[in-house]
Structure formats: structure tokens, C-alpha cells
Ligand binder design. Structure first.
Ligand code: NOJ
Length: 491
């Protein structure tokens, strides 16, 4: 089926039961960084150290104040009419040193609201209002104590993460049925351990991303197996991992070299995680050969990309119940050996990345260029590469600068175009997309950009101690989409 402009449907109705959500993450919204027994995490440390690694040395000590203002968040969720709300648990709020040796619950100290009850209330309130919680166990905020033991660079984290996951499944899994183990391990491995612009700020160029990705994949798989063997029968939920995926197109579409280069970037950004988990327990062959060859050239005794044992491969293969993807933008790839100015891991695959100058800027200076058609490409890629899985888009959004106009008509236009692309993906490409979550419910702490980059459906005044939540126009438009289960014309 092809839509010409005259035959394009005037109303885009999504499949019955389609999930409409919004997402947040603990460190970005909660605040209460040391409240009621919470232990420090790597972002607390990173921001408190200053050093201009975050916009204006801002911290998320208070952020949106969601730790005390949950009821306000719930009002927004109800006003939108969300069917799903995705949020993350602060690992060190539940387990202050990251281990199950010390649980932050009643009786441990003089707590007002202990970590467990905070999340219990959120879950219960959501369910009481007919909203399905999607919980991310870990969204970039590793307990500092664990980082001090080597963090994701150490293989020991696999067991510790599994124990934390089991603790969460056991504590909340009677009510929570949709779980994500790790948020964007690909972003975290690259920015946290290879480039060092995210906490913990480690720049082990050439090795950091591969080494930590390796442990994250194992940790995810182990936690999935724990769910599968210990909880699934009773709880009947689903567990996956949330993967960031840009769309990568060849710089010159007719150049075979550029086409191959684009494929290698998809392999590095998405398939490095998705192929082991969804296909066969092992990394893409093209990456294994490229990294091995480059490592040899550089005089390393073995490839910088670690290898899974056969037993690990068996554990990793098939360790996800749905495909969770997060899309924001696209890039162009050009084949280029030893590209100047590129990251070491892009040099590994002989690629230079570009931005098409015709792609609109969402927020001046942001890495997000507006490429709504890229989301359809990514969905089609996942369908074709990963055997037509059930797909949940667990994040998608557009940033605005600060100050951001409440009348964000232009931004809603980007969302509207995105929804059209999703409609085409479902109806034309037959992609099995079931949930779409906007990033984010609220303006929040955008990592190294601090509060300067606003992704929220609701505006927050970070100068106001009450942190009022005020809907952008996009929030009201999204509410209409949710009410209509799609877009009612005219398009
Ligand atoms: C993905 C991350 O999961 C989220 O934390 C971040 O705020 C958004 N991308 C926007 O950059």
C-alpha cells in the first residue's frame, strides 16, 4: 500500500490498545539526592565535583523535586491520559551502597519515606489510575560505592546487578509487568567510559566502551534469566533492555562504500548489543573483524573487543521479551580510513559521520536534528534484522532551549510528523510496534546539558522552589492524540 497525497488518510488511527506513554528517569527528576537514607550515585559525585563538565556546574540535587512532588507528576500523567508511564528506580535510594547487604527500608534508620515506599506509592497510584508502569532498573545512576569497586569495568558487577534486579522483581514485580534492565547501555558505555563526558567521567579511549558494554550485556542477560526462572511463572511480566538507535544513512546513497559504512555504524551503535541478545549471543562479525584488525595494527596482543565464552553466549542469546528502542535523530556515514577528529571506535570501523545541513535544528547547538522519517527506517531495520519482534519505543523527543516557549507549535509539528511515520511503519511496513513513549514527561536534568535543554511535555521553572508543572502546547496536543488513539484530520 502506498499513500499518494490525495489518498493519504485524513485520520491516522492507531491499532486498538496501542500504548501511549511518557518517560522520566530517577536522577533527572527526583531530587532528594541524600534524603531518607539514599546513598550517593555517580551523578551525585560527578556534579558535585564541578569542573564545568555540566552546563553551569548544575546538579540534580533538587531537579524537578519528584521525590516529594510525585502527586504533581501524577496530575500531569492523568491530564495527558497516558496509558503507560516509564520511570526508573534510583538504585542507591533502594540499596544505598548498591548491594542487597543493606536495604533502605523501615527499621534501618530514622526514615520518613524509605526508598521502597516511595516507589510502592508511585506504582500503586499509577495502577489505581489505570496507568501501566514500565520500570527501568538502572538509568545511568550507578551507586558510587559500586563505581569505587570498578563499576562497569569490573566483571564483578554482573552478580551485583543481578542481585539488585532480583530484589526489585521480588519487591515490585507483583504489580509491575514491564521491565527494562539497563537504559541505553550503548550511550552509557560510550559517554561514561570511553569519552568521559557522562559520569563516572572515565575516558579510556579505544577500550572503555567495549569493556563496559561487555559487562552490561552479561548483567542484563543474567537478570533476564533470574526473572525467567524465579519470577516469570508467578508474575507473568516481560523484561528487556532499552537501546538507543540513531538512523544512519550513507553520505552518498549511490556509493557502495558509504552504504557499507552506514551498516557498520548501525552495527556499532545498535547491533553490538542487539545481535547478542536477540540473535545468537555474539557480536556482529563485521565489528569483530574490524576491531581485531585495528587492534593488531596498534600493537595490542588481542582484540580490544572482548569475547564471550560459549557458556556466556548461550546465556545471552534470546534474553529479551520485546525490543525497546529509543530514537532521536539521524546521521550520514562516509567510508573513511583513519578519519581525523573521529572517536577511536569510529576509526575502528573506518567511518566519518556527518549531519545533513538540511535537517532542521530542534534546539540550537543540540545533537538532535529533526529527522522524523529516520524513526520509520529504524523500525524497519529492527523488523528485518531481528525477526519482526514486538517493539516498544521507550523514548523519543525533541529538545527546546531555555527559555522555552509554552506555545511550542514547531515542536509539536516534529511530534506530528513522527506519529505519521509510526503510522506508516505499522500500516505499510507491518512493523509490530505496540507502545510509544515521549521523552519526557517533564523538563528535567539533561545530563551534561543540565537544565539548558528542555525535553518535557510540561515546563518546569527551576528557579521556583515549588517547581510548578505547566503544560506546553505539545502536552495538550499529545493528550488529544491519546484520546483519539491517533491523529484526527486535517493532517
Ligand atoms: C536518552 C536518555 O535515556 C535520557 O536520559 C536523555 O535525557 C534523553 N536521551 C535525551 O537526551
Amino acid at each position: 500500500m502506498a499513500f499518494s497525497s490525495s489518498s493519504y488518510p485524513q485520520e491516522l488511527t492507531f491499532p486498538e490498545g496501542f500504548g501511549w506513554g511518557a518517560a522520566t528517569a530517577a536522577y533527572q527528576v527526583e531530587g532528594g539526592w541524600d534524603a531518607d537514607g539514599k546513598g550517593p550515585n555517580v551523578w551525585d559525585t560527578f556534579t558535585h565535583q564541578g569542573g564545568d563538565r555540566v552546563f553551569r556546574n548544575q546538579t540534580a540535587d533538587v531537579a524537578c523535586g519528584s521525590y516529594t512532588l510525585w502527586e504533581e507528576d501524577l496530575k500531569c500523567i492523568k491530564q495527558l491520559g497516558l496509558t503507560h508511564y516509564r520511570f526508573s528506580l534510583s538504585w542507591s535510594r533502594l540499596l544505598p551502597d548498591g548491594t542487597t547487604g543493606f536495604i533502605n527500608q523501615k527499621g534501618n534508620c530514622f526514615l520518613k519515606i524509605e526508598g521502597i515506599d516511595y516507589y510502592n506509592k508511585m506504582i500503586d497510584d499509577l495502577l489505581a489510575n489505570g496507568v501501566i508502569p514500565i520500570i527501568t532498573l538502572y538509568h545511568f545512576d550507578l551507586p558510587q560505592h559500586l563505581e569505587d569497586q570498578g563499576g562497569w569495568k569490573s566483571g564483578a558487577i554482573v552478580e551485583v546487578f543481578d542481585a539488585y534486579a532480583q530484589f526489585c522483581f521480588g519487591t515490585f514485580g507483583d504489580r509491575v509487568k514491564l521491565w527494562l534492565t539497563i537504559n541505553e547501555p550503548n550511550t552509557l558505555a560510550l559517554l561514561g567510559y570511553e569519552v568521559g563526558i557522562f559520569a563516572p567521567g572515565i575516558s579510556n579511549s579505544g577500550t572503555g566502551a567495549y569493556q563496559t558494554a561487555h559487562n552490561m550485556i552479561k548483567a542484563h542477560a543474567k537478570a533476564w534469566h533470574s526473572y525467567d526462572s524465579l519470577f516469570r511463572k508467578k508474575q507473568n511480566g516481560q523484561v528487556s533492555i532499552a537501546l538507543f538507535s540513531p538512523w544512519i544513512a550513507p553520505a552518498n546513497p549511490t556509493s557502495v562504500a558509504d552504504q557499507e559504512a552506514a551498516k557498520r555504524v548501525m552495527a556499532l551503535s545498535l547491533d553490538l548489543f542487539a545481535k547478542p541478545i536477540f540473535i545468537d549471543g555474539d557480536y556482529p562479525a563485521v565489528l569483530k573483524s574490524h576491531v581485531a584488525a585495528m587492534s593488531k595494527k596498534q600493537g595490542y596482543p588481542s582484540s580490544r573487543l572482548p569475547e564471550f565464552t560459549e557458556e556466556e553466549k548461550r546465556m545471552i542469546k534470546g534474553s529479551a521479551d520485546f525490543f525497546a528502542v529509543q530514537y532521536y535523530t539521524a546521521r550520514l556515514a562516509k567510508h573513511q580510513e583513519n578519519a581525523e577528529g573521529e572517536l577511536d571506535i569510529l576509526k575502528d570501523i573506518d567511518v566519518k559521520l556527518f549531519i545533513d545541513p538540511s535537517w532542521q535544528v530542534s534546539q540550537q547547538g543540540s545533537w538532535v536534528r529533526v529527522v522524523p522519517w529516520g524513526i520509520r527506517k529504524v523500525l524497519e531495520y529492527i523488523k528485518d534484522t531481528y525477526n519482526n519482534p514486538v517493539i516498544y519505543i521507550t523514548e523519543n523527543g525533541f529538545p527546546q532551549g531555555d527559555p522555552a516557549p509554552l506555545d511550542d507549535t514547531q515542536r509539536w509539528e516534529y511530534f506530528r510528523q513522527t506519529l505519521q511515520e509510526l503510522y506508516k511503519a505499522i500500516h505499510i511496513d507491518k512493523v509490530n510496534l505496540q507502545i510509544y513513549c515521549v521523552w519526557s514527561l517533564l523538563d528535567n536534568f539533561e545530563w551534561s546539558d543540565g537544565f539548558s535543554s528542555r525535553f518535557g511535555l510540561y515546563h518546569i521553572d527551576f528557579e521556583n522552589p515549588c517547581r510548578p508543572r505547566v503544560p506546553y502546547k505539545s502536552a495538550m496536543e499529545y493528550a488529544k492524540v491519546i484520546r483519539n488513539n491517533g491523529i484526527k484530520g486535517p493532517l
